[in-house]
Design a protein around this ligand. Sequence first.
Ligand code: PLP
Ligand code: COI
Length: 369
Amino acid sequence: MDKLNTIFVKSDVECIPGEKREEILKNPGFGISFTDHMALVKYDRQNGWHDGQIVGHQDLNVSPAMMVFHYGQAIFEGMKAYRTPENDLVLFRPEKNAQRFNRSAIRMAMPEIDEELFIQACDKLVLTDRNWVPQIEGQSLYLRPFMIASEAHIGLRAANKYLFLIIASPVAPFFQSISDVPAISIFATDKYVRAVDGGTGMAKCAGNYAASLIAKDEAQENDCQDVLWRDAKERKYIEEMGTSNICFISRDTSGNVELTTPVLDGSLLDGITRDSILTLAKSRGYIVKEEKLIFDEIIEKISSGQITEAFSCGTAVTISPIGSIVTSATKTIVSDGKAGEITMSLRQELIDIQFGRTEDKFGWRHNIK
Ligand code: PLP
Ligand code: COI
């Protein structure tokens, strides 16, 4: 048995013919096609993490008694590999994903995984599937690391066996119609909530997303692309969106730019894009505020013109401008329903760093070798 800390490349054979891959890469969509390989690492209580491998992307042969099917011990991450103009392959702050993965694992009574092993598995998978990292502007290779409880057992307790996997998918921008980055509409649900105090809101666990799907349907019925979540207790405070965090742009009385976002209070996801945007905003001299944001006050500030822009930020969505915030009774237009100027310049600065087009002044790029 191969113990911790090395991922062996057991297969580097291309299963999908080159012409088919090129065809897919012309128009990859989001999360539809998968690369030739995947990373797979096993865990059991006795041996810890072991047998790390890069193998062909394949179906899993599993027991119907596998605990993930019954009690939902499943966590995941979302990352992207980018191709730079020099043809280098880079990840963006992967250690942050590894750390958040472990925070999710702890919350779900799952084993933590060595940060280096997590990153090594990403690196080796991307290197093995390097031909799948798109060349086209704006596209990238999305990595989906995840962990599931794999023990076959029906009693209710934390499993003794787990699988850690990474699959990869070439992706175009998440809100597919984006060619000129139009602003999205978001629906503030008052029927459903995402996270409660002491619950799993800060974890990237599958159950959070399962519970969100009905609200996503509700958003779509209201012609919106995503959900805006409010707190579970009072439906008063803005938390985050279905697949991203949210930020607002305003100016103080002296004309200084302010960027405001909900404070991390344990019930929302500590987004890596959010953290990067706050850093970029501070380095521009913006006033950055992480606060409890009252939904009604934000709507009032948008209506009065004090808040001039809003955007969502996350790995899948990068930065998407928000053009309207809808409830069952109201529709509030932000920035005339268009992408705001500051939003777009922050977006540009971020993606230029991610795609290796500008100096990496914060040391965020991780070169895959
Ligand atoms: N909030 C939710 C619910 C998400 O699914 C995501 C995406 O992963 C984010 C926030 C943003 O996190 P990140 O910027 O690390 O992708
Ligand atoms: C990401 O941004 O990587 C996510 O995990 C969002 C996903 C639910 C599409």
